[in-house]
Write a protein that binds this ligand. Structure first.
Ligand SMILES: *Cc1c(COP(=O)(O)O)cnc(C)c1O
Length: 468
């Protein structure tokens, strides 16, 4: 007891610690207040430990060093890059599309410089944000007019609020989907002030169902691309072109929410066909909505393209201001859209497409190359091997479709279930966290999305240091 009291008395004061070289260096980096706080916490921890198990060496230098380590950890950004080795290319929880270099450059310029954002350089008068990308969007989709908002959820909300507030929005029961993150079609409709009128049944909806439901209070017909699930068996949906004819007959607009909305035919790149925006426009929809950061491969955004008089109405809705997109993403979007003007190079310049189109044999070669380093870093308690696996597009696109891929599977030599979870934790704790998936008691790294080999290998050396 008396010994403990003596030890406790040896703990230096905050002032003593602040005089050390380490603390002075920390103050230069992080500021005095942060350092004082970290030193206090470290002293309190040290005192706590001494009370618990007695001898803990504690001089001023040691405390300053421990405080400096804590400050360094705290200074790491929370928005931090990870290696997405989940096999899901557009992983919503990992930020969806990775942007093209051209888009990154454009965004940087937009951050650094003043821009002609809403300024017409010809006349010197006030201009319009949408004007910056309208022509490109119309060219790539065949639409008469276009606008852009924060994301596709905002696009759907704005369209419903503009065209169906206080009116009916007619939707097939089979298309009342939840997109994830609490975005459910029926709820978004009621928030937009539209009255949902469901037609048909879960599996089958006919033309007569729509015709029977349309009346004087109908604001629009909504078609939702059920990209994230599929009903199979005895099913029937009314295709967009037929629906457009019904809408025209009753003089109400057809809105087609495509969700992922690709601008090019993915079947050219060995993937299944997903309806393109141009197809949806040519089928006669009044408006088509789609995301910027799904298959399009750009920043988060929501597009509304279609008939001029409808887009004009959208633009007059005061809600649009609340949903608008910022200049940084707008710059990145313009650069992304421009890449599509050259179909011969877009598969190389646009990361989303480049990753989705990557061939299994190339990924397998990469896996073989990286295997020794991954095995070494994992340590003797584990065994690593190259495996065939399946990637997914993600973000609800073509959920049934898997893309043949390759990767590395790591198994624990002991059969302990905890061993794999512990290894997965260690990979996620790396300076650049590595995120894989656990499958049949193996930690699987699908290498489809790994392009920065050197960064990956450098990062692994930290894992080796920690587990050995
Ligand atoms: C993803 C999706 C949305 C929402 O798009 P965000 O860009 O994520 O807001 C809306 N509708 C459909 C059909 C979708 O697939």
């Amino acid at each position: 007891m008396r010994k403990d009291a003596a030890a406790l008395r040896q703990i230096p004061s905050v002032d003593e610690v602040l005089k050390t070289a380490a603390a002075i260096a920390s103050i230069g980096k992080y500021g005095r207040n942060s350092v004082v706080k970290a030193v206090r916490v470290t002293i309190a921890d040290t005192r706590e430990k001494m009370r618990g198990n007695g001898a803990v060496p504690a001089n001023a230098d040691m405390i300053a060093t421990i405080a400096a380590q804590q400050l360094k950890r705290e200074a790491l950004p929370k928005v931090r890059p990870v290696f997405n080795l989940t096999g899901t290319v557009l992983h919503t929880n990992l930020g969806r599309a990775v942007l093209a270099e051209a888009a990154i450059d454009a965004a940087c310029v937009a951050m650094r410089e003043a821009l002609a954002l809403e300024f017409d350089l010809k006349s010197g008068k006030r201009g319009e944000r949408d004007a910056l990308i309208r022509d490109l969007l119309c060219e790539l989709t065949g639409a008469e007019d276009a606008t852009v908002v924060n994301n596709n959820a905002a696009a759907v909300l704005l369209v419903l609020n503009t065209l169906a507030k206080g009116k009916q929005a007619i939707v097939s029961r089979g298309e009342l989907i939840e997109i994830g993150g609490a975005f459910r079609m029926p709820e978004i409709m009621s928030r937009a002030g539209a009255k949902l009128v469901e037609v048909g049944t879960t599996n089958r909806t006919h033309e007569k169902d729509y015709n029977g439901a349309i009346g004087p209070k109908t604001g629009l017909i909504l078609k939702v691309h059920t990209s994230n699930y599929r009903i199979e068996g005895f099913t029937k949906e009314v295709k967009a072109d037929k629906l457009a004819a019904i809408a025209a007959k009753h003089k109400v607009p057809l809105v087609n929410d495509l969700g992922a909305g690709t601008l090019i035919d993915l079947s050219k790149y060995g993937l299944s066909h997903e309806p393109t925006v141009a197809e949806a426009v040519s089928e006669g929809a009044g408006l088509v909505t789609f995301s910027g950061d799904k298959l399009l491969g750009g920043p988060q955004a929501g597009f509304i393209v279609g008939k001029k008089e409808l887009i004009e109405k959208i633009n007059k809705n005061p809600m649009k201001r609340a949903l608008r997109i910022d200049k940084i993403r707008l710059a990145a979007l313009e650069a992304t859209l421009r890449l599509y003007r050259n179909p011969d190079t877009v598969a190389a310049t646009l990361p989303t497409l480049r990753l989705l189109a990557r061939k299994k044999k190339d990924i397998e070669a990469l896996a073989n190359k990286l295997l020794p380093a991954v095995a070494k870093a994992s340590g003797d308690a584990y065994e690593a091997s190259v495996i065939a696996c399946s990637s997914q597009i993600g973000s609800g696109s073509l959920p049934q479709e898997t893309i043949p891929s390759a990767g590395i599977a790591i198994r624990a030599k002991s059969k302990s279930g905890r061993a794999i979870a512990a290894l997965a934790d260690a990979f996620r704790a790396l300076p650049s966290p590595v995120v894989g998936r656990i499958e049949e008691q193996a930690l699987v790294f699908d290498l489809r999305c790994l392009e920065n080999e050197k960064g990956f290998l450098d990062n692994l050396t930290s894992l080796h240091a920690e587990t050995s």
